[in-house]
Unconditional design. Structure first.
Length: 524
């Protein structure tokens, strides 16, 4: 994750209001802004060990600021009082930012730097009863063990605006892969993606070569940290590619291959900022333990599955987490479809967490439910209603009909069905310009497959529970309409291309009628 330098516990700002003149600060307003920031932060002033003051060094402003600070900080315990203006002078509008940076560094290193050129307090301030002190040498700031180090930072505007922030030492960072004995990486980090980009193909090759040299020279490099930095901490340039590796030698070799290539993976080089099109698959794309590794290694993926788990348990009566983790492939249409939906939605959430956003989405058959959720056309709750109730009704007609794939254009298949006067089989899916899926009565489907095979046309029956997108699903369509009557369709956030409607460019309205058509109509 992000490297946290410090925690901003609370901030506050106010205005001096009416004063003697514009250059005279308000002691009461300054005191009030300190107390307001402390209240917002929820911390006691006694826990603040350093105050980075505005400290302009003026005979009017400094006594007022010192007096106001003494009323809040250093009342019972010592508190260092500093100002970065002794190092750099007044940076005008950037002075508050510099003070913040100085305070963060002090919190990080446990050291308060000295105030340059300070010798003693003016007589009118020396008599104030306070434990505030101005460090004249480097001062150690050890952690107490009971609470983190805390610092306060002030910045004032010439027109009377006062700002105050309470900072806290950053929390302890978790152990990284590189912290393991011998620098070895755990097995869970098997393969990682390393994206690289540049302004041209030639520059991309040079970038890959330089990175390969650097990786080769650093035996202790933590590959997960490098992959994270390349993916999240480098602005992508127009020409891009990526390599996959699980070890330092493998990464070095892959980068050198890019550097030496005549064309650096030209097919994988992106030149468009519109984002990738996400395609959501239909039934048959499941495999054993398909979510096990992601559940163990990707927190966002696991959190999304945990959010979905109780809904599927209530609607379908099984644990989708167990189904995705099981060494046995999930079976049964009422389990397969909700499991695939969960896998797709959780993968989408994970990709978004890594900064990968879709330029458009499209789904195949049941995949349209997950696509609709990711596009924003349906809420997650409504998407779950669609997939759970659809699959539950389909399980009641399991065994109805058959489906087969044939390497023929859809128009030719339709022509052959018409010539043979076949009414109980239809074109279910236009898979590609040269590939078609038919569905309908089992015996008729098998007769067609046999006839095509005799002509040396590639054809095979597909293992399915139900012949979707055919008349075999007609008995459950009215019930599906009723089950989805309460859906609340929304306008998609990204383009959602429909595989159900005749014109895929027409924006779908994902109501009950749409999902009935999604189950019954041809996928194209």
């Amino acid at each position: 994750g992000d490297r946290i330098l410090a925690v901003v516990r609370g901030t506050a700002s106010n205005q001096d209001g009416h004063t003697v003149n514009i250059s005279t600060p308000s002691l009461s307003a300054q005191t009030a802004v300190y107390q307001s920031a402390l209240a917002t932060a929820g911390v006691d002033a006694r826990s603040v060990g350093m105050v980075e003051a505005h400290g302009t060094g003026t005979s009017v402003g400094d006594p007022i600021e010192y007096t106001s600070l003494s009323r809040v900080y250093g009342v019972e315990s010592p508190c260092a009082l500093t100002s970065v203006k002794t190092n750099l002078g007044h940076a005008q509008s950037a002075s508050g930012t510099l003070g913040l940076i100085k305070a963060v560094l002090a919190l990080q290193h446990g050291v308060v730097p000295p105030n340059l050129h300070f010798t003693r307090l003016p007589d009118e301030l020396a008599d104030i009863d306070t434990k505030l002190f101005v460090p004249q040498a480097i001062t150690e700031w050890p952690a107490s063990g009971q609470q983190p180090r805390r610092a306060a930072v002030s910045s004032y505007g010439v027109s009377g605006t006062n700002a105050h922030a309470i900072l806290e030492q950053a929390p302890a960072t978790p152990t990284t892969f590189a912290d393991h004995d011998g620098g070895a990486e755990p097995a869970a980090a098997a393969s990682l993606l390393f994206p690289i980009s540049s302004t041209s193909a030639d520059e991309l090759r040079r970038t890959a070569g330089r990175l390969a040299d650097w990786v080769h020279a650093h035996d202790d490099v933590a590959l997960p940290d490098l992959a994270y930095t390349l993916a999240r901490r480098r602005a992508p340039r127009p020409v891009r590619t990526a390599v996959i590796a699980s070890s330092q030698p493998e990464l070095t070799a892959a980068l050198r291959e890019v550097a030496a290539g005549d064309s650096p993976y030209e097919a994988a080089v992106g030149r468009d900022d519109r984002g990738p099109v996400w395609v959501f698959s239909g039934q048959g794309s499941q495999w054993a333990a398909m979510g096990a590794q992601l559940l163990a290694t990707e927190p966002v993926f696991a959190a999304m599955v945990a959010q979905i788990e109780p809904v599927i348990a209530r609607e379908c009566g099984f644990s989708v987490t167990d189904a995705m983790s099981s060494p046995q492939i999930v079976t049964g249409i009422d389990r397969v479809q909700p499991t695939l939906f969960t896998m797709q939605v959780a993968l989408a959430a994970t990709l978004k967490e890594y900064g990968v956003l879709p330029g458009a989405v499209i789904g195949h058959s049941l995949g349209e439910a997950a696509a609709a959720v990711v596009a924003g056309a349906l809420s997650l709750e409504d998407g779950l209603r669609v997939i759970c109730r659809r699959s539950r009704l389909m399980s009641r007609i399991a065994g109805a009909g058959a489906m087969a794939s044939v390497e023929l254009p859809a128009k030719q298949v339709l022509s052959e069905l018409a010539v043979r006067s076949i009414k109980d089989v239809v074109v279910a899916v236009v898979a590609s310009p040269q590939s078609t899926v038919i569905g309908g009565a089992t015996e008729t489907v098998r007769e067609l497959v046999a006839a095509w095979e005799q002509r040396d046309v590639m054809a095979r029956e597909i293992a399915v529970d139900v012949a979707s997108h055919s008349p075999q699903v007609n008995p459950i369509l009215d019930e599906l309409t009723d089950a989805l009557a309460e859906l609340n369709p929304m306008t998609p956030d990204v383009p959602f291309y429909s595989a159900t409607q005749f014109d895929p460019r027409e924006q779908p309205v994902c109501d009950a009628r749409y999902w009935v058509n999604n189950l019954r109509n041809m996928v194209r």
